[in-house]
Design a protein around this ligand. Structure first.
Ligand code: DGL
Length: 276
């Protein structure tokens, strides 16, 4: 029987919409509830204990919406909080790091993989470990990983400065070590980076494969729905949005991240009311 409960998706703010849009594409029969914690963003510069607390509060809210699955559509929260969160909820929890690592290992030809992400995500080495684990499972020898934090990319994406001179100069600076390392695959390990795909691809060159973790994650969501027998049938698909900041503000900046269409009827909710 079809399970019509929604999939819960959360992020520090609007970046997770780049993951949500891929979930919509891969799982068109599913209803979703999205929570953007805009009032407490960014997560990428916060401490581990803070991000874990925020993630648990956000999950508590999604559980109150009777979700059948929680997707942590934020690389920083995935890196810091996945294990804690997965141990505290009854529904399946999907994070974005492992799917990205898997896609990178499958894409690389020369074994040199680059990872770009927020300072928080890079500091955990979660991506590095996930790539090493997956490479070993796939029997890939001689994997070389180069990591680089690119914090300014988040601001550039939010400003809408995707295809500008300042974006090109920033990319040149950040990506120089990855080019020097000869990576042939680059993981966009932050929800905001897919918006800068054009500039990043131009800087890295056509021969480098960019891994959009949202695309890889959506495939994992689809497979997990089937595995747990909780897929829906598309009979009545709903799309709800919540933000911890002002709904008008959320809707005014969300569109490019979502790709098409505006989130409508966004409601306000503060998850910091939950005791953790
Ligand atoms: N969503 C965050 C991530 O993917 C980027 C924005 C932030 O720092 O909150 O790491």
């Amino acid at each position: 029987m079809a399970d019509t409960r929604p999939i819960g998706v959360f992020d520090s703010g609007i970046g997770g919409l780049t993951v949500l849009r891929e979930i919509w594409r891969a799982c068109p029969d599913e209803s979703t509830v999205y929570f953007g914690d805009n009032s407490r963003a960014p997560y990428g510069t916060k401490s581990k204990s803070t991000v874990i607390k925020y993630a648990l509060q956000n999950a508590r809210f999604l559980e109150s919406k009777d979700v059948k699955m929680i997707v942590i559509a934020c690389n920083t929260a995935s890196a810091y909080a996945y294990e804690t969160l997965a141990g505290k909820t009854d529904v399946p929890v999907i994070e974005v790091v492992t799917p990205g690592a898997d896609a990178a290992c499958r894409a690389t030809k020369n074994g040199r993989i680059g990872i770009i992400a927020t300072k928080g995500t890079i500091s955990t080495a979660t991506y590095r470990h996930a790539v090493e684990r997956r490479a070993s499972e796939l029997g890939l020898d001689n994997i070389e990983i180069t990591e680089q934090a690119c914090p300014l990319f988040v601001s550039l994406a939010e400003e809408g400065w995707w295809d500008t001179e300042v974006a090109r100069l920033t990319a040149e600076e950040y990506l120089a070590p990855l080019k020097a390392a000869g990576v042939d695959t680059l993981v966009l390990g932050c929800t905001h980076y897919p918006l800068l795909t054009k500039v990043i691809q131009e800087e890295m060159g056509d021969g480098v494969t960019l891994v959009n973790t949202g695309v890889a994650t959506a495939e994992v969501v689809k497979a997990a729905l089937a595995e747990h027998g909780i897929a829906s049938d598309g009979a009545s698909v709903t799309k709800e949005f919540y933000t911890s900041d002002e709904p008008e503000l959320f809707e005014s900046v969300a569109s490019p991240f979502l790709g098409s269409g505006l989130p409508a009827g966004t409601k306000h909710f503060n998850t910091d009311r939950y005791e953790i």
